[in-house]
Design a binder for this molecule. Structure first.
Ligand code: PBG
Length: 334
């Protein structure tokens, strides 16, 4: 007799993984990853000197807010259950200069917005502020330049220290240094402590890659970047460098660490989450948003499913917090 005859005409599977996929109820029961609105953070833009909210062409559905419309949008996000709000300021073109003075001005657009958001929302949400100079400099770099036009790390740290204290005074619960300067977390932590803001947390942009996916953000903040950010943001080719950045940020006192962008860097999210003893965030950036919106507008993908699938994947990779421009819609879908 042949082996085949002994086994019958077809070998029947011994294991049937499909059994746990048979009904929505069983799939729900065995799902290993859930996305909850409380883990989502909505990034928002507030701009000086516009009479009405202004749409961002490359990010359909996202606007530059006026101070008033920002308050409404923030309240809506909180009502939808979103866990936090990350605020970016967009100054009037005239207010930009070489050192980004508007970013440290207590009456600058970002600090004013933080003050009114905190007055309106109190401790109902977690108010986060972008701590970086690129929105405020006329050259568009994340720091100040030396006489050769290079980004001067240590001179930039001095600006970040002042900026952190002003943002804390304005009401930020969390400051997010995003400029990828060496030593930025320590300087920010020490400045906050020295000014009596021990309770203000630092969300470190730990692994921030020099990504084409920030393209739409440049329109969102009206940035006029000259050159690129390759001397301070990480090379997309590198992986273990993120663990080095993590080690430094944790030693310097980061309360939360972040990987950015999210979807093209899920390996990095997983690496960082495997060893970090503080919560890990991931930032689904402007270009990731734009790619979903563009394909959905053509009818090429199912937008809502794609939004939830990407958020689930980012959580599955190990991020416990996700910054996403889809936060409010995702919260409603969930
Ligand atoms: C720097 C900063 C950027 C983003 C967040 N913080 C721009 C950059 O580093 O070039 C990008 C966010 C996005 O693309 O959604 N202030």
């Amino acid at each position: 007799m042949t082996g085949r005859a002994a086994a019958g005409p077809l070998a029947r599977p011994h294991e049937r993984p499909r059994r746990l996929r048979t009904t929505p109820a069983v799939r729900r029961l065995v799902a290993q990853t859930r996305v909850h609105p409380a883990e989502l953070v909505l990034p928002v833009f507030v701009r000086d000197g516009i009479p009405e909210p202004r749409g961002i062409t490359s990010m359909p559905g996202v606007v530059q807010h006026t101070p008033d419309s920002l308050l409404r949008a923030a309240s809506e996000a909180v009502a939808a259950g979103v866990g936090g709000i990350m605020v970016f300021g967009v100054p009037a073109e005239d207010d930009k200069d070489a050192t980004g003075s508007c970013g440290t001005d207590p009456d600058g657009v970002l600090n004013r917005a933080l003050r009114s958001l905190r007055a309106e929302l109190g401790d109902e949400t977690v108010l986060m502020s972008d701590l970086c100079l690129d929105e405020f400099t006329d050259h568009g770099h994340c720091g100040v330049l030396d006489d050769q036009g290079r980004v001067d790390n240590d001179a930039t740290l001095e600006r970040y220290a002042v900026m952190a204290v002003e943002q804390a005074r304005a009401g930020a619960h969390v400051v997010g240094p995003s400029g990828m300067m060496d030593g930025q977390v320590r300087v920010v932590r020490e400045a906050l402590d020295a000014a009596g803001h021990q309770d203000v947390a630092v969300l470190a942009y730990t692994a921030k890659y020099a990504s084409a996916a920030y393209g739409p953000f440049r329109e969102a903040v009206g940035s006029s970047l000259r050159g690129d950010r390759a001397t301070y943001q990480q090379d997309p080719a590198n992986r273990t460098e993120s663990l080095r950045e993590l080690r430094l940020d944790l030693a310097e006192g980061a309360d939360l660490v972040m990987v950015k962008p999210a979807l093209p860097y899920l390996d990095v999210v997983a690496d960082v989450a495997a060893v970090s003893d503080v919560p890990v965030a991931a930032y689904q950036v402007s270009g990731e948003y734009a790619m979903i919106e563009a394909a959905a507008a053509q009818g090429w993908i199912d937008r809502d499913r794609m939004v939830l699938e990407t958020l689930t994947s980012i959580r599955r990779a190990g991020a416990s917090i996700v910054l996403t421009y889809h936060a409010v819609e995702a919260a409603r879908l969930l």
